[in-house]
Ligand binder design. Sequence first.
Ligand SMILES: [Fe+2]
Ligand SMILES: [Fe+2]
Length: 197
Amino acid sequence: MNGFKPPLPLRAETPAAWAGAALADPAALLSDHAHNEKKAALNALNLSLSFGGAPRASVLLARLAEEELSHYRRVLEALQAFGWPLRPDGGNAYAKALHGQAARGLLDRLLIAALIEARSCERLWLLERAGASHPELGSAAWLGFLLELERCEAGHALGYRSLAEERFGAEAAPRLDWWLDREAEVIQSLPWRSAVH
Ligand SMILES: [Fe+2]
Ligand SMILES: [Fe+2]
C-alpha cells in the first residue's frame, strides 16, 4: 500500500519506488509535465464545446481550463527558474492507449479525463512524498506546488465524473467501472520513465 487515497477508486496502485524512476531526470519530468498541463487545458476547452447550453458544466469546464493553464504557466516558470529547456512533446502513451479504446464519444472522453486526473493526482502525491530529499525538487516551495497540483487534479477528477453522471445518468457508473479495469491494465503495461505517466 502506498498510502494514497485516490479521488476515484483506481485499481492498480503505483509502487512507491516509481517516484525514484520519475525523479531520475527532473528536467525531462518537468518538461513532459508542462505538455500535460497544456493538453489538459486544451482538452477542457474542447470538451466545453459539447456543453453549449449547460451553464453549470460550462462554468466548471472554464474554471478547469483556467486552472490547467495556470499550472502550465507555473511549470514553464519552474523550467525557466531551473534553467531547463521545454523539450519537444514526446507524446503520452498512457493517454493514447486509453483514447484508443474509447467507443462512446463524449461519455468516454469525460471518463478518460477523470481517470487521467485521478492517476496524475496519485503520482503527484508520490513525487511530493519522495521529493523531500531531492537536490533540485526538494525545496519547500516546489513541494508546496506539487501538493497544490495534487489537490487541484483531485477536484478535476471528481468534476469530470460529475459531468459524465449529469449528462449520461445511469450509463455513467457501469462505464466508469469498465474503464477502471482498462486504466489499470494500461498503467501497468507501460514502462517507468521521467514523466508523470
Ligand atoms: Fe493541472
Ligand atoms: Fe487537472
